[in-house]
Design a protein around this ligand. Structure first.
Ligand code: BG6
Length: 465
């Protein structure tokens, strides 16, 4: 039942949208930036590369002004590690890189938007991956901590909200993109993978400690890819498969929120002959827990003990069995607004920590048409997706969940992480750029632009009209 008469969103709720540097900035080797793991991504023929993207590196003022017009009071973006430390292991940061984000933050201040910064969104400096094997190597913890310290000291007076890693659990499924681990996943042993995970978790907890030491008012969160799983049948074996699937993800939020490895993973390690090497002090460092849990939510999956008997669905990094009850996006991702309410309740019940939805959105093929005020996109499908998800957010608020904010993916069209297509569009703002690299890069407001503005202006009340 919908609580139509209740005001669902808290008065200081943070509304906005979210991007990552490598998907939106372009300027991939400008002003001293070093190559990152993303710059060597092999993109399918006919798709754009990351050199230009939405060209936000040169157009951030225009883009931030458009976001302000929608009423954003928060903008989640990532800092590109290799703009700040081009190699990753050098001692001195690249001043030009630091200056760029100074200017972005100033622009946000001008428009009264809170920065929510992802310190590393899937783009470790390439050099750290090639020379050290990314998170496989403990030394990378020092490089990351030095980078975090540089950011906290430089921007800490003006930025309060920080996320240590984007979708930290995705390293289990995309070890190179997420963790700079060059060994192909098929050849990577579980021992080596989980040892690398340990290093990344120690790095995250170290950053949380240093951040809080520098400024106790910082709000530092983890960010996980949330994907609830449903059992295909009431067979307890299917429910056990759900439990095991979900534990793989909870592992990351459990350690960030509780400061230690949970017992269920100790059993998994034992069964799989995994022995994590803890350096002295690691156990203490992990106790530096986060202030809030943030997550991305696009879809749910179904799972079964016998997945080979079903059709395997497409999905965001992790897959699953196709759920016959759900519609799918053009890219085959299951659309499940109620799943978002479940995720919010599950996280809140589990940790009683504030939550932040930092990614949610629909990738779709938009068609530019002539409108009364110039070119536009009639993206009712996107409005429908977001509206249904936000109504479930309102339900979760009524359930008692503490939620700080909601940032969609993304404010503006950007390059897709999974397919490298710009034609997989998510934005409220259309970017005139095509997969083949053609287009003027001009920005146009889609129909969803005015819709999101009205939702923000009314602090959610417009959702119920
Ligand atoms: C999330 C990532 O997994 O999903 C983003 O944090 C990504 O970087 C988003 O863009 C949507 O995925 P895709 O593959 O459609 O771009």
């Amino acid at each position: 039942m919908l609580h139509k008469t209740l005001k669902p969103f808290p008065k200081d709720f943070l509304w906005g949208a979210s991007t990552s540097a490598y998907q939106v900035e372009g300027a991939s080797l400008e002003d001293g930036k070093g190559p990152s793991c993303q710059d060597v991504k092999v993109v399918p023929e006919g798709t754009s590369d990351l050199k230009v993207c939405a060209d936000q590196y040169h157009r951030y003022k225009e883009d931030i002004a458009l976001m302000a017009e929608m009423g954003f009071n928060v903008f989640r973006f990532s800092i590109c590690w290799s703009r700040i430390y081009p190699l990753g292991d050098e001692e001195t940061p690249n001043e030009e890189g630091l200056k760029f984000y100074d200017e972005v933050i100033s622009e946000l201040e001008k428009h009264h938007m809170e920065p929510l910064i992802t310190i590393c969104h899937d783009e470790m400096p390439m050099h750290l991956a090639l020379k050290y094997g990314g998170w496989s190597n403990r030394f990378v913890i020092d490089c990351y901590v030095k980078y975090c310290k540089t950011l906290f000291e430089r921007y800490g007076k003006r930025c309060k909200y920080w996320l240590t890693f984007n979708e930290v659990n995705s390293v289990l499924h995309a070890p190179f993109m997420s963790g700079g681990i060059a060994t192909p996943i098929e050849e990577l042993s579980k021992q080596d993978l989980y040892q690398a995970v340990h290093h990344e978790l120690v790095a995250s907890a170290s950053a949380t400690k240093i951040g809080h030491d520098i400024n106790p008012d910082f709000k530092i969160g983890c960010m996980v890819l949330a994907m609830p799983a449903y059992g295909m049948t009431a067979n307890p074996l299917d429910q056990l498969a759900v439990h095991e699937f979900e534990n793989q993800n909870y592992l990351f939020s459990d350690i960030h929120a509780r400061g230690k490895y949970p017992n269920y993973i100790k059993r998994y390690f034992k069964d799989n002959g995994i022995e994590i090497q803890f350096a002295s002090g690691d156990e203490e460092i992990l106790k530096n827990t986060v202030d809030f849990i943030s997550f991305s939510y696009y879809m749910s999956v179904a799972t079964a003990h016998n997945p080979e008997d079903y059709t395997i669905g497409k999905g965001n990094i992790m897959g699953g069995v196709e759920n016959p009850y759900l519609e799918k996006s053009e890219w085959g991702w299951a659309i499940d607004p109620i799943g978002l309410r479940l995720v919010l309740n599950d996280f809140y019940d589990r940790y009683q920590l504030p939550l932040f939805i930092v990614e949610n959105g629909l990738g779709a093929k938009d068609v530019l048409v002539d409108g009364p005020d110039g070119p536009t996109v009639e993206d009712d499908y996107r409005i429908d997706y977001l509206q249904k998800h936000l109504i479930q957010v309102g339900e979760a608020l009524q359930d008692g969940v503490e939620l700080w904010g909601y940032t969609t993916w993304g404010p503006i069209d950007l390059v897709s992480a999974s397919t490298a297509e710009l034609s997989k569009r998510y934005g409220f703002i259309y970017v005139d750029r095509n997969d083949d690299g053609s287009g003027s890069l001009a920005r146009y407001k889609k129909k969803s632009f005015a819709w999101y503005k009205s939702v923000i202006e009314s602090n959610g009340a417009a959702l119920y009209k």
